[in-house]
Ligand binder design. Structure first.
Ligand code: G3P
Length: 496
């Protein structure tokens, strides 16, 4: 009997979602639930791995039952996840040895400083993994667990503990401990994986004293990893990608030079660079976009830490409006910012600046500045930050492109989208299905299970909602960029 559905499990930083797609890529059912965030100390962020699993499982069952979807009609499950977050568990008891250390957690900044102090490893890490040494990635989080959880190192060396990013943990649980796997996209965010030889890097493992036996097997992004029992049927789990790579795939960015921008809490911009891993000289990361048919495709990535979060801050801390989408309404009441610039460097600046000491600043205030000018400057700051990353991508690759695909919560804002088109001089294309992360995971599982035939089949279904064309003249663009650059420079040197 022909299967009717693909299930995507989207395990994000603050919530778990399950989306069921049909063959025409329509969303047939969706369930979502938040789970607790744990902040044990300033700068530390944890999740309980059991919360993650139970919440993810419950939304899957909810999505299936509410639309009366039979497990026997599911062709496969694709998993996409918050990346870098680190989990270690005991393979005999199945219990985590401590909470997951979340990608945002800065507790291992000191370990990173120490690595940087010792020099040569930094360059080796950059060449091998495509990453900069930073607490963002899994490697130092895993080392921290081995160094601080009592008995963890001995048990790990004895082969009793397993490490995984969230995809690995979910698949291990869903398959009853049968599969200990990850895919190339997630492995490429650990700072332990050689993205050229496609193997774990023994030199980094030695330096951080991480036993190789606890690492998962690294697989392609579309293949059968194992089966999970649902209501008597064994359903294949057959797609994995880290969430930003999944969004790139869900946007059908299959060609070299294709680029997408996801506007969430932060902005994540990824460019497909084909079979060439482009080494960045402008503050970007080299990563794996996906692994298909025994080959990998690479991407350049720039992450902006505070994107849509600046609008939440204006809502929650400044009380400027009640709902984040109101920002567009108030920002639209003024025709420009009247020379106000807002650099939302609340947690320092990410790509391409990588300045952890920069802080948020507002510039150009006058007696005539109103709340609406500040809101408009905050909306524009989201686009200005992406523009910096896009310039770095052009400088690194020499690739000129005309358009950018956009998705994520803030991509519904007409002000941000029009300004993004204006300030980059690029056309923006927004799809009808804005759940591109889940769609990407569904695509991968759909390819592995034969639900969809090939990339052309996927491309054909990608459907456009709206295009934003650049309208700003070159002189105005230069003027605004000049102002933004000055503002960023000041945010970098400001000290209390
Ligand atoms: O690298 C972190 C990223 O994967 C988190 O994404 O959407 O869960 O905040 P998100």
């Amino acid at each position: 009997m022909e299967k009717k559905y693909i299930v995507a499990l989207d395990q994000g930083t603050t919530s778990c979602r399950c989306i069921v797609f049909d063959r025409d890529q329509n969303i047939v059912s969706l369930a979502q639930k938040e789970f607790p965030q744990i902040y044990p100390k300033a700068g530390w962020v944890e999740h309980n791995p059991t919360d993650i699993y139970v919440t993810q499982y419950s939304v899957m069952i909810e999505a299936l039952t509410k639309m009366n979807i039979h497990a026997g009609d599911i062709a496969g499950i694709g998993i996409t996840n918050q990346r870098e977050t680190t989990i270690v568990w005991d393979k005999e008891t199945g219990l985590p040895v401590c909470n997951a250390i979340v990608w945002q957690c800065r507790r291992t900044a000191d370990i990173c400083e120490e690595i940087k102090w010792h020099g040569p490893l930094v360059e080796h890490i950059r060449q091998s993994t495509g990453l900069l040494v930073d607490a963002y990635f899994s490697a130092t989080k895993l080392k921290w667990i081995l160094d601080h959880v009592e008995g963890a190192r001995q048990k790990a060396e004895a082969g009793r503990l397993l490490f995984g990013t969230v995809d690995t943990w979910l698949i291990w649980k869903l398959t009853g401990g049968k599969a200990h796997v990850t895919d190339y996209t997630n492995a490429s965010r650990t700072m332990l994986f050689n993205i050229h030889t496609l193997s774990w890097d023994q030199e980094i493992l030695n330096a951080l004293e991480i036993p190789a036996c606890m690492l998962p097997k690294v697989c392609g992004s579309a293949e059968i990893y194992g089966y999970t029992p649902i209501a008597g049927a064994m359903v294949p789990i057959c797609g994995i990608a880290g969430d930003q790579q999944a969004a790139l795939f869900g946007q059908a960015c299959f060609e070299r030079g294709d680029i997408k921008n996801t506007y969430g809490t932060g902005n994540f911009i990824l460019m497909n660079t084909g079979d060439t891993p482009v080494e960045s000289r402008h503050g970007l990361l080299t990563t794996i976009a996906y692994g298909l048919g025994g080959k990998v495709c690479y991407a350049l990535e720039g992450s902006v830490f505070i994107g849509g979060a600046v609008l939440q801050w204006l809502r929650d801390e400044m009380g400027f409006y009640k709902e984040a989408p109101d920002a567009d309404y108030f920002g639209g009441k003024v025709k420009d910012t009247q020379g106000v610039y807002f650099v939302p460097a609340f947690t320092g600046l990410g790509a391409p600046h990588w300045d952890m000491y920069a802080r948020g600043c507002l510039f150009g205030l006058t007696r005539g500045t109103s709340r609406n000018h500040i809101i408009r400057a905050a909306l524009e700051s989201i686009a200005f930050q992406s523009k910096d990353v896009i310039d770095a991508m052009i400088a690194d690759t020499g690739l000129l492109f005309d358009e950018i695909k956009v998705d994520g919560g803030a991509s519904v804002s007409d002000i941000i989208m029009q300004f993004q088109a204006d300030i980059t001089g690029k056309r923006l294309r927004r799809p009808i299905v804005r759940e591109t992360t889940a769609l990407g995971a569904a695509y991968l599982a759909g390819l592995a299970s034969g639900f969809w035939r090939d990339l052309d089949d996927l491309r054909r279904h990608w459907s456009l909602d709206k295009i934003y064309e650049p309208e700003m003249d070159a002189g105005q663009r230069e003027k605004r960029l000049h102002g933004w650059k000055n503002a960023v420079a000041c945010a970098k040197i400001w000290r209390e």
